[in-house]
Design a binder for this molecule. Sequence first.
Ligand SMILES: [Zn+2]
Length: 120
Amino acid sequence: MHEFSLVSAVIDSLEQYGAEQGWQQVKKVTLKIGAMRQVIPETMRFAYKAACEGTLLAGSELEIVNVPIVVRCPKCGREWGEEHMGMVCPYCGCDDAQMTQGMELDIDSVEVEDDGEKED
Ligand SMILES: [Zn+2]
């Protein structure tokens, strides 16, 4: 279950950031997760809940936004997704295609319990 290590990394960085920002309690975290991460949302939530215990994220809600895979051809500029998983362009045969989306593991937003006065 690699979800645990992904989640721990996220929580570690949020805890560090939260301590700097003086967060009291995190209410909700939204994560953008690319399809290449092959994360199972249920497992992710379970791992998240377990890993949050004893941190300022304890009891917070996890929302997962799935980001589909997008591969782009540098030669003809076309893009494709999971229906054609290869890194060779199905249109022009160029084998230098780049994945432009799908590897995300980004913190999209965090809802925090505080005075709500401070702008960041
Ligand atoms: Zn192409």
